[in-house]
Design a binder for this molecule. Structure first.
Ligand code: PMP
Ligand code: GLU
Length: 396
């Protein structure tokens, strides 16, 4: 047989999804595992949204929609962007896709030519790197230091820019660090993007999960930034709708057209019933968002306090999303029961075996001195899982 696509053979499996699946499987086979892996809310989708979807199924008439999505949902997205982000878009500037991951795929497909460089601040969400490669782009990583709450500075970005740089990815609040960029920081990054004429892909999927900070959408900061930014958002995190698979983009008409055409051949429309449910999510009662945010915040505070009191590990307080990055550099080069811990992958494997906790190795996010713990799991699991982590840390 002839060889398969070399470009796609070089794509790694999503480690976040792989480990979450492995933890689920171990649990189902009777292993008492506590999973800090999953990056999805552990709450049910709010009832008004579920009811609306059921009604919609009963009504029938749920055939294909326009490939780029239902006009009514696009309008609901425009209303949301205006209400929450001071952004004015028309429905023909919105593409509804099968999750924000799909939106990111479309965005990178739309802007990249082979060899174009995309600057990705690290730690970065696992899929940015591979999605850039899938679009024939070249990921260029710029690491934010823990001392700067994992945020990159314009000086660092300047050092990374070349004549091939095409775009910049911003993810605030950030997965995996929980970092939130301020208005001033975004203005500075925006000026950098304008100076080098770069597209900005702004992934704002965690905007509603924010603690003591204010979310600012970079596209809202100037006319120029509005033109060069592709806003990415979706329903997965704010409405506990991960499995429903609805994400969206908002951007210039020129980029929208390319993404819409790409999607029209790749997947057609996002699931029709989920799109209708999305209208209810965006236009209906919003109080459940705050209830979930408050619960996440409680867990966040408990995590930061408890990890802060443990020996041999440390963390930076996250200001958004539902993850904590734990510094595990102390364990690297040490052994347990004859098993050498060389890197974050080894540590994650050992934590499953010896402590019965599932975590995501930092290397999935480009930083090997860390593991990521998700607090999108019950307080009970968090208390038990952190007890296990502490007992493990004390073995050294
Ligand atoms: N962006 C970030 C930063 C994420 O963590 C996720 C996780 N699912 C996504 C995008 C994609 O979300 P979805 O495809 O479920 O909308
Ligand atoms: N974004 C979540 C995470 O980082 C869900 C898994 C995924 O889509 O990668 O864990």
């Amino acid at each position: 047989m002839k060889p398969l696509s070399s470009k796609n053979l070089a794509i790694e499996e999503s480690m976040t999804l792989a480990i979450t699946a492995k933890a689920k499987q171990l649990k189902e086979s009777g292993v008492n595992i506590v999973s800090f892996g999953a990056g999805e809310p552990d709450f049910n989708t709010p009832k008004n949204i579920r009811d609306f979807a059921i009604k919609r199924i009963e009504m029938g008439g749920n055939g294909y929609t326009a490939a780029s999505g239902l006009v009514e949902l696009k309008q609901a997205v425009c209303d949301k962007l205006k209400r929450d982000n001071h952004l004015e878009y028309k429905p023909n500037q919105i593409v509804i896709s099968s999750g924000a991951k799909h939106s990111l795929f479309n965005a990178l497909q739309a802007i990249c030519n082979p060899g174009d460089e995309i600057i990705i601040p690290s730690p970065y969400w696992v899929s940015y790197y591979e999605l850039t490669k899938m679009a024939d782009g070249v990921p260029v990583l710029v690491e934010g230091s823990a001392a700067n709450a994992f945020k990159v500075t314009v000086d660092q970005l300047e050092a990374a820019v070349t004549d091939k740089t095409k775009g910049l990815l911003i993810n605030s609040p950030n997965n995996p660090t929980g970092a939130v960029y301020s208005r001033e920081e975004l203005l500075a990054i925006g000026a950098f993007a304008a100076k080098h004429d770069l597209y900005i892909i702004s992934d704002e999927i965690y905007e509603k999960l924010i603690y003591g900070e204010t979310h600012v959408s970079i596209a809202s900061l100037s006319e120029d930034l509005y033109e060069r930014t592709i806003v990415i958002n979706g329903l997965s995190k704010a409405y506990a709708m991960t499995g429903w698979r609805i994400g969206y983009t908002a951007c210039s008409l020129a980029i929208t057209k390319v993404m819409s055409n790409v999607q029209s051949h790749a997947t057609s429309n996002a699931n029709t019933i989920a799109q209708y449910a999305g209208i209810e999510a965006l236009n209906g009662d919003q109080t459940t968002i705050e209830e979930m945010r408050v619960a996440f915040d409680e867990r966040r505070q408990y995590m930061v306090k408890t990890i802060g009191e443990m020996p041999n590990v440390s963390c930076v307080e996250p200001k958004g999303a539902f993850y904590v990055m734990v510094d595990i550099s102390y364990f690297k080069g040490k052994s347990i029961d004859g098993v050498l811990i060389k890197d974050s992958l080894d540590l994650a494997a050992v934590l499953i075996d010896k402590a019965n906790i599932a975590v995501i190795p930092g290397i999935a996010f480009g930083v090997d001195n860390y593991i990521r713990l998700s607090y999108a799991t019950s307080m009970e699991n968090i208390v038990e899982g952190l007890k296990r982590l502490e007992a493990f840390a004390k073995l050294f």
